[in-house]
Design a protein around this ligand. Structure first.
Ligand code: ASP
Length: 272
């Protein structure tokens, strides 16, 4: 069911997958903290600061496949992808295959610099202490009091991937997308998401006038039909504060925080 939230509001996720075999209690605790971290940015900042801080918190937590908790590639190294998009004027910053400590902060620098969209070999290499991950890719979407939407995603990618492999997470329209109307963040198998571009599809449907909930279900349904279940999950928020999460996996770690609501969910039927 779609929920309408009062702005400012932030929705986050810690990845879609088979959560029955993961430490979802730890992930839930970290999601709550990430919500607090993101939401407190609204006091002085916009939805841009809110999503970046929530994602940076999850990167640092070591509880997700992002930042400190990133999975290793086939060479035993960490290479991460991240992207952030500011809806009002479609500004984007993204980094791919980075070894920097907080990929989302590097993506923010690219966005603020404004010259390019997607960078490789960007950011200082910092030795990452592999965390004890329980989650997956992380992402956030937020709507501030001024009505500005932002979307962000960060990931260590897929375990055992070839060095140099870039997934969907730093690609606008695939791993995230934000416009004046809608913001979304995806998680799942990058090689599928890159072919369907579900984040862009969602924007197209919403811009045609379809509600965010049915648009999201349609996009996820299309991927399920093409590639089967267990492949993808997304969160989305529109400019009126309608928020929704949809996934074809067993679970998706997700949470929402607004003035009168703060909750996290992992499995199907848990809402949000
Ligand atoms: N989408 C990410 C990637 O393929 C992984 C994930 O979301 O689990 O890099």
């Amino acid at each position: 069911m779609v929920m309408k939230y009062k702005r400012p509001v932030i929705l986050i996720h810690g990845g879609a997958g088979d959560w029955s075999s993961r430490d979802w209690e730890r992930a839930s605790t970290e999601l709550i903290r990430a919500l607090d971290r993101g939401y407190e940015q609204f006091r002085t900042g916009s939805s841009l600061e809110a999503v970046v801080e929530a994602v940076a918190y999850m990167e640092d937590s070591g509880a997700f496949d992002a930042g400190r908790g990133s999975v290793l590639n086939s060479k035993g190294e960490v290479e991460m992808d991240a992207g952030v998009m500011w809806g009002p004027d479609l500004r984007v910053g993204a980094v791919a295959a980075t070894k920097a400590k907080n990929p989302i902060r590097e993506a923010l620098k690219v966005l603020r610099e404004g010259r390019h969209v997607l960078m490789v070999n960007w950011g200082r290499e910092e030795a990452l202490q592999p965390g004890n991950i329980s989650g997956d890719t992380v992402g956030a979407v937020a709507l501030d009091v001024q009505g500005n939407l932002t979307a962000a995603t960060s990931t260590g990618g897929i375990k055992g991937k070839l060095p140099g492999r870039v997934g969907d997470s730093p690609i606008p329209g695939a791993g995230y997308y934000a416009t004046a109307r809608v913001a979304t963040s995806s998680t799942g198998i990058g090689e599928i998401i890159l072919k369907v571009l579900p984040a862009k599809e969602l924007d197209i449907l919403v811009s045609m006038g379809f509600p965010v909930e049915s648009s999201l279900e349609l996009v996820i349904g299309k991927i399920t039909n093409l590639f089967g279940r267990g492949t993808v999950g997304m969160i989305a928020l529109d400019s009126s504060g309608n928020g929704h999460a949809a996934f074809n996996t067993k679970g998706m770690a997700r949470g929402v925080m607004a003035e009168d609501v703060k909750k996290v969910a992992i499995f199907e039927g848990d809402g949000i």
